[in-house]
Design a binder for this molecule. Structure first.
Ligand code: WTA
Length: 692
């Protein structure tokens, strides 16, 4: 076993620390250094009362944390509240005329759409009436939403929340088939979509994906009764794809019947599910992470307030997509629960040029900015001096989704932030609801490349493969786990509670019958090192998940897509290091014996199969048709060896393989016959393939 890799020493240059400016500290929401003491273990779990108290409860809760069915933990038990009420209604008196959402089209000639809290209230109510009275949906039903970045997306989500309908938003860039698979898993009878949207200057036909999704769902026994199609432009249809009579309806047309409708927010139990968010894991099937109403909202509200430092007077822009968890927590629910103003941008950050985000920030007076390391790397590469052309005034800026290299961090800090903005590097996952590690911007020093200390009330531990704790300051990497539950944690995997336990808790649980949270450390699936100064550096996934531009793709999902091509006998997908996107997938294919075919043609079919079943974001860097896969004697494909070849690393000992000779053949095919510069690979690449 190579599992001791988890313990290999990790060396990196200690980076300088940076301090937030006193001007920032003077206005910040969280400045009390005693916060960590307040949230220390001796005050757990009651410390999270402070988070819950940021919300308006219809009925106050009686029990903070219920562990009686561990690891299915319940927060704020007995409490009732409504998320849409908390994000809209309760702000109306004071902030009714203030902007809740400012939407920016990708087309620079199209005017912004500004929704005040009053208008958001009206539109969410009308949509809720439509969902209830036209679509026939009720509390507890699931609905799938496959939409681009338009104001109608949060409107639809909040309308669901108003009625306690569980939404499952599928990233707009995912293919129709991927959407269909999620419709089936969630058991949705209604799909909400949009006719078209702009992407890199092109108006894309999105309605066509709905037809594919419905067909795919029906082929697996899930009937979609209604497809609700928002029009991108209110006064015209933007898709050539025909509407299916009796099934497809334009939302704007139907909404006319609900003008002025008001729908009372349904008082939901704190532990009722609010939404599902599908993410990739180490099996082929995406997991529907089920998030709660009370715990989730409390957690994202508090972390938006403390880490992103959102005040109602700020202009806050998170440049993520709502189709990912970041967008749910930090474009929609967290900022709106705080009566913030949340900017939404429809398009590609570098369209039409790398100055676009800075033009938007300057024009709107954005003072809080949240984005991914991939976007930073891309903007820096294409327009290193662009930020200097604009009047930028960020007070704080955050990053999320991937480790950020110190050089990219320093550019973000000096060139975008002008050395004035406090930067936080936030580490967390779809499963977690909100931030787990981050510096507290007005309290902690920043250290490029490190996510920072744990958030208040989050108690991490780094274990080796055998469950032995790796102490902070040892310079060794291990598997990061969180010892105690927190309110933002997902409740289960939709329809698959066993997988929830097995995937996230079984590894370090010693007593499966235990009702104590102490026995159920949450296994995050990331490698990490804990420095002596208390800062945690995340090294990347330790499972078979590839983090492409901050988006999680399961290698098994990609491989099953490849196997839909008839000529393909075997497929293996490995991550390779990419300067901009962090990691990208590379595919190895063995063709069925006896099949005569042009390898180029098969490679093209494989790429197209991946795009059809998952989406363009999963497009592989290369598809390599090889004579055979390197295999163990028991017939397992050695993905580790392939990953080493793709990344120009030493492939190590291969003598135990059943076909060691093929390894050199593949190496020459990938790297050529000349001398090859050996690279040292990052931790996640070195560990890749250990578990399969
Ligand atoms: C990675 C995104 C380093 C990590 C919110 C995690 C990070 C996966 C960071 C979750 C960070 C996220 N530094 N790595 N600040 N943030 N990751 O579910 O590997 O799309 O497990 O959630 O992204 O991705 P997900």
């Amino acid at each position: 076993m190579r599992l001791s890799e988890a313990e290999i020493a990790v060396h990196w240059k200690e980076e300088a620390h940076f301090r937030p400016l006193s001007k920032f500290i003077g206005q910040a929401n969280l400045t009390d250094p005693a916060v960590m003491e307040r949230f220390s273990e001796k005050n757990y779990p009651e410390c999270f009362r402070e988070y819950a108290d940021l919300l308006t409860w219809d009925q106050y809760w009686t029990k903070t944390l219920d562990t009686s069915n561990a690891p299915f933990f319940k927060w704020f038990v007995g409490g009732k509240l409504n998320v849409s009420y908390n994000c809209i209604d309760r702000h109306l008196e004071k902030y009714g005329t203030k902007a809740a959402i400012v939407w920016v089209s990708e087309d620079e000639n199209e005017p912004d759409i500004v929704l005040t809290y009053n208008e958001l209230y009206a539109r969410v109510n009308e949509m809720a009436a439509l969902l209830r009275d036209f679509a026939g949906l009720k509390t507890g039903d699931r609905i799938t939403i496959h939409m681009p970045m338009v104001p109608e997306l949060p409107i639809t989500m909040l309308a669901c929340a108003r009625l306690g309908i569980i939404h499952s938003v599928v990233f707009g860039g995912f293919s129709g088939e991927a959407c269909g698979a999620r419709i089936v898993d969630s058991g949705s009878h209604v799909l909400v979509t949009m006719d078209g949207y702009y992407r890199s200057g092109k108006l894309l036909d999105h309605k066509i994906n709905a037809d594919i999704a419905v067909k795919k769902a029906e082929s697996e026994g899930q009937k979609v009764e209604k497809v609700l199609v928002w029009k991108r432009f209110h006064d015209k249809v933007s898709s050539p794809t025909a509407m299916v009579a009796g099934r497809d309806f334009f939302v704007q047309d139907e909404l006319k019947k609900f003008r002025g409708a008001r729908v009372a927010p349904v008082s939901m139990p704190a532990e009722a599910p609010l939404f599902l968010m599908y993410t990739s894991g180490s099996t082929g099937k995406p997991k529907g992470c089920q998030h709660s109403t009370g715990g989730y909202l409390a957690y994202v509200t508090a972390t938006s307030k403390w880490i992103q430092d959102i005040h109602p007077t700020d202009m806050y822009w998170c440049m993520a997509d709502i189709g990912w968890i970041t967008g749910h927590s930090y474009i929609v629910y967290g900022p709106l629960a705080l009566a913030g103003t949340s900017v939404m941008y429809e398009g590609v950050p570098t369209f039409p040029d790398a100055g676009r985000p800075w033009r938007i920030a300057e024009r709107l007076g954005v003072n809080i900015f949240h984005t991914s390391p991939t976007a930073i790397r891309m903007l820096r590469k294409l327009g290193p001096d662009e930020p200097n052309k604009y009047n930028l005034n960020f007070k704080c800026m955050t990053t999320v989704g991937e480790p950020i290299e110190p050089e990219a961090w320093l550019w973000y800090y000096h060139t975008v932030g002008r050395g004035k903005a406090a930067i936080t590097d936030t580490w967390w996952q779809t499963e977690n609801g909100g931030f787990l590690c981050s510096t507290k911007p007005a309290i902690d020093e920043m250290k490029p490349g490190s996510a920072g200390p744990p958030m208040p009330g989050i108690y991490p531990v780094i274990f080796d493969e055998h469950g032995k704790e790796i102490p902070a300051g040892s310079g060794k990497a291990g598997n990061i786990c969180i010892r105690a539950p927190w309110p933002g944690q997902f409740q289960t995997i939709w329809g698959d509670p066993d997988r929830f336990v097995k995937n996230y808790f079984a590894k370090y649980n010693k007593d499966p019958k235990s009702k104590r949270w102490q026995d159920w450390p949450y296994f995050a699936g990331d490698g990490a090192v804990w420095a002596a100064d208390g800062y945690i550096r995340i090294l990347g996934r330790v499972d078979d998940v590839i983090n492409v531009a901050g988006h999680r793709l399961g290698t098994k999902e990609l491989e099953s897509a490849c196997l839909t091509v008839p000529e393909v006998a075997e497929a293996a997908v490995v991550p390779i290091v990419d300067e901009e996107r962090g990691r990208v997938p590379e595919v190895y294919i063995a063709i069925k014996p006896g099949v005569k075919t042009d390898p180029k043609e098969v490679a093209a079919k494989v790429t197209s199969a991946i795009e059809t079943t998952i989406g363009k974001i999963a497009r592989p860097r290369a598809v390599r048709i090889v004579p055979d896969m390197p295999k163990t004697r028991s017939g397992k494909i050695m993905r580790r060896v392939l990953a080493s070849i793709s990344n120009h690393m030493d492939y190590g000992d291969i003598t135990t393989l059943s076909n060691p000779e093929v390894v050199e053949q593949i190496r020459v095919q990938v790297q050529g016959t000349g001398p090859v510069e050996k690279k040292t690979a990052p931790e996640d690449i070195r560990r890749f393939g250990e578990t399969t």
